[in-house]
Design a binder for this molecule. Structure first.
Ligand SMILES: [Fe+2]
Ligand SMILES: [Fe+2]
Length: 403
């Protein structure tokens, strides 16, 4: 077979990548193209650098249902430095009978001679350059000529008219330029929103430390202990479900920040700041601790992050169609290590890392059972959320799609 290997970070994958792969399939009569997802560089402190697993998730969403566009994820799983010559040495052994084509951006083609062991790569695969918007054609042709002179193997440019912007444009403008939506497969666009990627928010270890100290002062010792349990559980769940883990920790630290103040204070903060108070919240103002906690997060602790504030707002009752972070905080609040009275905690703790939506549903089921038996305050939002997840899971399970 004739196999294309398309190398890149795909941060994020966008429609142009797919069009280039399709152009290469056609022009070079390839049977399949594998998207070879590169590992992140070692310095991971930039807001632009997202988890390898998020980039892989987006590739899977973008390419699902494609017969000839596939994924090779060996480089993100490889220990130590990952060089293309290693991958192509492996591939040529695995695919002895196949002919390999290495698709790379035109910038990489120009810089090819400076790669580590380029002669090994070009001896194992024909190199194909993918055009980019604003390319200097003369410079690319010169590079092809030069590479042919220096190395064994062949070099070509893919016949494709690049007409859209790059991944870096998408990262920089995702939240400000509405036209970015057109550049991405729908499911990738939704994934970026749900996972709060490219938001430019970065929570440093100092921020975590200072929020922890604030909570130590503001909360009772048992509430503080619970808070640390929720923050750590949120971190672990976020890591498992590919949400920015430190942001989830911030939400966990602040989720009960309005728990240890008086009902009068909660009511007066809501009235003063025009935060809606429902009838049941007038009657039982402690139910407002989520809304007031979100207000504290934004105004007192300067966490200007809508997803974090929303997760804090809904952490006790949940809400229909929760975001990923909403679910992480809702679940972390219920299963943190200090909890021991709830039924089937072992199962919930397992399920939290295997099927988050089902875990949310099971917690709602237990909460409703508890509230029914104890004639306690029944917030109608809990029931709305429960009904939403009953029908959500029914639909999902009938399609057999798990998150
Ligand atoms: Fe709470
Ligand atoms: Fe809590």
């Amino acid at each position: 077979m004739r196999i294309g290997i398309y190398g890149g970070t795909f941060n994020p994958i966008h429609k142009t990548h797919i069009e280039i792969a399709e152009a290469a399939l056609k022009q070079f009569d390839l049977d399949q193209v594998y998207f070879l997802i590169a590992g992140n560089p070692p310095h991971k402190d930039s807001a632009e650098t997202i988890s390898d697993m998020c980039r892989l998730d987006m590739l899977k969403l973008a390419l699902s249902g494609q017969d000839r566009l596939l994924i090779d994820d060996r480089e993100i799983y490889r220990s130590g430095k990952s060089y293309s010559y290693i991958t192509f040495s492996e591939l040529s052994l695995e695919r002895e009978d196949d002919e390999l084509f290495f698709i790379m951006g035109s910038d990489s083609l120009i810089n090819f001679k400076n790669w580590v062991k380029p002669e090994i790569i070009s001896s194992k695969a024909t190199v194909l350059g993918a055009p980019r918007l604003g390319d200097d054609t003369e410079k690319i042709n010169q590079a092809i000529f030069e590479n042919k002179r220096l190395f064994e193997g062949d070099f070509f440019l893919i016949d494709y008219k690049a007409n859209s912007l790059s991944s870096s444009y998408i990262r920089d403008n995702f939240y400000t330029d509405p036209s970015v939506k057109e550049l991405l497969p729908d499911r990738v666009y939704d994934y970026i929103l749900d996972h709060n990627l490219y938001s430019k928010r970065f929570y440093s270890p100092d921020t975590i430390k200072s929020l922890e100290e604030e909570m130590r002062k503001e909360l009772s010792s048992s509430r503080f202990k619970h808070t640390i349990g929720v923050a750590n559980t949120a971190y672990m769940l976020a890591s498992a479900w590919n949400y920015p883990a430190v942001a989830a920790m911030v939400a966990g630290l602040l989720h009960d920040s309005a728990k240890c103040i008086t009902d009068e204070k909660r009511l007066s903060i809501c009235k003063k700041n025009k935060i809606e108070i429902r009838d049941i919240e007038y009657k039982y103002p402690h139910l407002l601790h989520g809304k007031v906690g979100a207000y504290f997060a934004k105004n007192k602790y300067e966490i200007d992050d809508e997803q974090i504030c929303h997760a804090i707002t809904v952490h006790t009752t949940g809400c229909p169609d929760m975001s990923l972070l909403d679910k992480i905080i809702f679940v972390a609040d219920y299963i943190e290590p200090g909890r021991n009275k709830q039924p089937r905690l072992d199962v919930l703790r397992y399920e939290a890392f295997h099927d988050l939506d089902n875990c949310v549903f099971m917690i709602l089921e237990d909460t409703i059972e508890y509230l029914n038996q104890n004639q306690d305050i029944f917030d109608p939002m809990t029931l709305d959320t429960y009904e939403y997840y009953v029908s959500f899971l029914e639909k999902r399970n009938s399609k057999n799609i798990k998150r």
